[in-house]
Design a protein around this ligand. Structure first.
Ligand SMILES: [Zn+2]
Length: 242
């Protein structure tokens, strides 16, 4: 009798509960990551065979519309957007532009003029201060460029901007370096790309921590691109028709 009632509890209560938890947990993960996985599949397809989809690529030094504030800083396919989520609790703080060429081969240019700094320890990153946000005049913003180094952290940033560079004025279109695959940990490369983000000012003349999404702004509208990481995940991020 006792074992029968135990079995009944398992059949009618525990098993359905486990099924409900598994289903709802799976649905949550699916909703969270489906966009990113669509994008990840496209990035792999793009890197394997860029010639099959040449229309996916942005062209450096061009802009979507004459009124778009930022130039495209490099050639390639915008694989990940701002606010994409790769793992629970993490959202992407910028856009990733993937080249189809080798590490060190694809130039990266300043998307907008400003004052360039490179902290002494930065191997693959630099940041440009823009005193007057072109879309929100009166506010200072910072544009952050990273992954400009090889697998082992050998920098691809041009010699004009060595570590320790501070407040060096560059105009839009200035060559900054080349797309690389340095992850921050030597010997553990990422796919060759440029990570570009817009970082908010701390109000005291410096920038906030660029690793946190709340300290960043979606760059899409600065390029005239219509998308961000939370909508239209199935579309390719390209300039809207003029
Ligand atoms: Zn990125």
């Amino acid at each position: 009798m006792r074992s029968t009632s135990k079995r009944a509890i398992i059949i009618w209560f525990i098993i359905p509960l486990i099924l409900i938890l598994l289903t709802s947990g799976g649905y949550f993960l699916y909703q969270t990551f489906k966009g990113s996985s669509v994008r990840s599949r496209r990035i792999i397809a793009w890197i394997r065979n860029p010639l099959s989809n040449p229309e996916w690529s942005l062209e450096s030094l061009k802009r979507c519309k004459p009124t778009s504030p930022f130039l495209f800083p490099t050639d390639g396919y915008v694989g990940y957007l701002w606010d994409d989520s790769f793992r629970p609790g993490h959202n992407h703080q910028g856009i990733d532009i993937f080249t189809s060429k080798k590490s060190g081969d694809t130039p990266v240019y300043a998307a907008y003029g400003g004052f360039l700094s490179r902290l002494p320890g930065w191997k693959s990153s630099l940041i440009i201060r823009i005193p007057d946000d072109p879309l929100l005049p009166g506010h200072q913003i910072w544009t952050y460029y990273t992954h400009l180094a090889d697998t082992n952290g050998e920098s691809y940033i041009v010699k004009d901007f060595p570590p320790g560079t501070s407040e060096f004025f560059v105009s839009e279109g200035t060559l900054l370096g080349y797309q690389g695959n340095y992850s921050g940990t030597p010997g553990h490369p990422v796919g060759v790309h440029l990570h570009f983000s817009i970082v908010k000012d701390d109000g005291k003349g410096s920038f906030l921590n660029e690793l946190k999404i709340k300290n960043t702004i979606d760059p899409s509208s600065y390029f005239g691109l219509p998308l961000n990481g939370s909508t239209n995940r199935d579309e390719i991020p390209l300039c809207p028709p003029l």
